[in-house]
Design a protein around this ligand. Structure first.
Ligand SMILES: [Zn+2]
Length: 659
């Protein structure tokens, strides 16, 4: 993907700083204190009206912009910009009562009740029309408002619905994709279990059924749900652009979690480019990591976001100032985490640091979710850190619009990760997200900046490309072109196995057999806790394959069953392709063998942003317990002091060196 747009928030002079602002939860007198404290903290952008439907449209045909006008005017007078949301993320109870068909139906066929949020069916015309009307009215009213910096559509899109309207829309989508019922029967392999459809009316969403559903159906359903939400986003974006052509439009995508929701790479062209920007929400998940590894989890979310933006700058729209109370267990971020994490996001291409939310809510489901201004008030550790972060980001204004150059890439294909989760897999433990996290973290520990990109994109800029788990692959053409051009491609086990319809390629490992020069005879998954020994002294776990070299060098073999090759290398054009027939317990010996040596001590995060005119900024964050020195000279923008290779960066501290 090209880099069409590096100045993604043109209405701000520097980096964005702020969070979701929900003044509708507070009496008017609190707003003045809000604005005073925002200015004290250096806030220059807030997201407003995300859950504002009930306020601006309190009943059928009733419109009341009094409060939103007052909020926008208040912000404009304070010199704070607004990321103005279309409020369509959560229809109010009156809407659900009037249009009961807009309440979503779950996989069991039960229509959900109102009482939470995101209670809509993406396929219900009444919701679609109401959402477009809302976007259009807001755009007409606020297009010229001095506070307006950008438009924000929906919120963390994820909703799916299994109702009859969804079934109709799914059939139309399938007709487009497969051409005919015969094409659909062929793609899904419906001769198995006598599932052959003789009329479109028999094709249903994957509602709860008697046994394991057809995996082709499950996979197409996920693609369809992603496309349906993209259609909602596009309809609102078009409605806004008709009245407000000069302001960027965005939505907050989610890089938290295991990529189970939407195919953001298919969203790419609609959220990148002129007057669009990629914005993401990233919440740390304690279950995924020990606390020590949080910096690696931050880096993963940031590198995934940069991947969605095609390498352009992007914006961290939401993070937690402290705990995320919706997670099991309430965990407090340690002193300095807020600054270190935020600088890591900025180092990796974010044009600022935003939070959910500005002031902690007294009530509602997220009353214990942390906020920039906590229940403890302004005289608190969290708010002092918020003020410090605001002051530091202000000093980084000149970094805006610069980009990150990465040496390595890890391949992420959303449909492949979904397919790997379809029922009936030989191992329930071959999880794409976990494998991507593991490889990314191993590279992070070596100080290697890594992009998370789609396997179909241009990979030629990368020295190393890792495909830890690319289960679904139709063709090896793009990977082959990358290797032939001189790149080093490393492919993990259980890759290239199925085509786009989740049908097993004949002759394993299917799509990559010729490219790797390896034949897989059978899969030999391992029980939990078991390890396979290799003759080079390393170990594999979870998964092994009986794999034979057809046209590849065998670098290591299993010592037990299977007694075949475990690590292979094949020269391809000017480059090489490595293939692993197991999951290494430790990735370091392989990275050493690849020559990907660490140039920094583990825990010293060094990432460079670069302007097109050649100016560079080295972000240095010391996650270790010892002072660190590194090779850079210039001025530290955070302190204004000169920097040389002899300067020590204290434990827990950060520097941004203009080189
Ligand atoms: Zn529905």
């Amino acid at each position: 993907m090209a880099h069409p747009n590096n100045d993604i928030v043109p209405q701000l002079d520097g980096l964005a700083y702020g969070g979701d602002y929900n003044p509708e939860q507070w009496p008017r007198e609190v707003w003045d204190e809000d604005v005073r404290l925002m200015r004290e903290a250096g806030v220059n952008l807030v997201s407003v009206n995300i859950f504002g439907w009930a306020g601006v449209n309190p009943g059928p045909g009733e419109w009341d912009f009094t409060r939103l006008d007052a909020v926008m005017d208040l912000l404009a007078n304070a010199g704070i910009k607004a990321d103005l949301a279309t409020a369509t993320a959560s229809p109010p109870p009156w809407f659900s009562e009037r249009f009961p068909e807009t309440l979503p139906v779950n996989a069991e066929g039960v229509r959900l009740n109102s009482g939470a949020r995101a209670e809509y069916c993406p396929h219900a015309p009444a919701f679609q029309e109401a959402a477009t009307e809302m976007a259009s009215r807001l755009a007409q009213r606020y297009a010229g408002h001095p506070a307006l910096a950008m438009w924000h559509i929906g919120n963390e899109y994820y909703r799916s619905c299994f109702c009859d309207l969804a079934a109709d829309a799914f059939r139309a989508w399938l007709r487009d994709r497969h051409g005919s019922l015969a094409g659909l029967n062929d793609a899904w392999g419906t001769t198995f279990w006598s599932q052959t459809y003789s009329a479109w009316s028999q094709v249903l969403p994957p509602r709860i059924c008697a046994e394991t559903p057809n995996p082709g159906l499950v996979l197409d359903w996920q693609r369809f749900c992603s496309d349906a939400l993209l259609d909602l986003f596009r309809a609102e974006a078009d409605a806004i652009a008709a009245h407000s052509a000069d302001k960027p439009i965005t939505t907050n995508l989610m890089v938290t979690g295991d990529f189970s929701g939407l195919d953001y790479h298919r969203w790419g062209e609609y959220v990148t480019g002129p007057n669009r920007l990629v914005a993401t929400d990233h919440y740390l998940i304690p279950e995924h990591d020990s606390e020590v590894e949080w910096p690696a989890q931050v880096a993963f979310g940031a590198d995934a976001s940069r991947g969605l933006a095609g390498g352009s700058p992007w914006l961290l729209m939401e993070q937690a100032a402290n705990s995320s109370a919706w997670r099991r267990g309430y965990f407090a971020k340690r002193p300095g985490d807020q600054l270190r994490h935020s600088l890591s996001y900025v180092a990796r291409g974010s044009e600022g640091a935003m939070f959910f939310q500005w002031r902690a809510s007294r009530y509602g489901a997220e009353r214990y979710h942390s906020a920039m201004l906590p229940h403890g008030g302004a005289d608190s550790r969290v708010f002092r850190e918020v003020k410090r972060l605001g002051a530091q980001l202000k000093r980084l204004a000149e970094v805006k619009s610069s980009t990150v150059v990465s040496r390595a890439a890890v391949l992420l294909d959303f449909a492949s990760s979904w397919a790997a989760k379809t029922p009936g897999q030989p191992s329930a433990d071959m999880a794409t997200y976990r494998e991507l996290r593991r490889w990314h973290a191993a590279l992070w520990r070596r100080g290697v900046t890594t992009d998370l990109v789609n396997p179909a994109w241009d990979l030629s800029a990368y020295e190393f490309v890792f495909a830890p788990h690319l289960y679904l692959l139709d063709s090896d053409a793009n990977l082959r072109a990358y290797a032939e051009g001189g790149g080093t491609l490393v492919i993990g086990p259980y890759s290239g196995v199925v085509d786009r319809n989740d049908r097993v390629h004949p002759g394993l490992p299917g799509a990559i057999r010729d490219l790797t020069g390896v034949r897989v005879e059978e899969f030999v998954p391992l029980p939990e806790g078991a390890v396979a020994l290799l003759d080079d002294g390393t170990e594999g776990r979870t998964w092994t394959e009986a794999a034979h070299a057809l046209d590849a060098e065998v670098l290591a073999s299993f010592t037990g069953f299977p007694s075949t090759g475990a690590l292979f290398r094949r020269r391809v054009g000017a480059g090489e392709v490595w293939y692993l027939a197991t999951r290494p317990v430790d990735l370091n010996p392989l990275l050493d063998r690849l020559g990907l040596t660490a140039d920094v001590p583990e825990g010293l995060e060094l990432v460079r942003r670069r302007h097109e005119d050649g100016r560079t900024y080295l972000f240095a964050i010391n996650h270790t317990a010892a002072p660190q020195r590194f090779d850079s000279s210039g001025h530290d923008l955070l302190t204004g002091r000169p920097w040389t290779p002899a300067t020590a960066l204290a434990p827990g501290e950060a520097a941004v060196i203009r080189e």
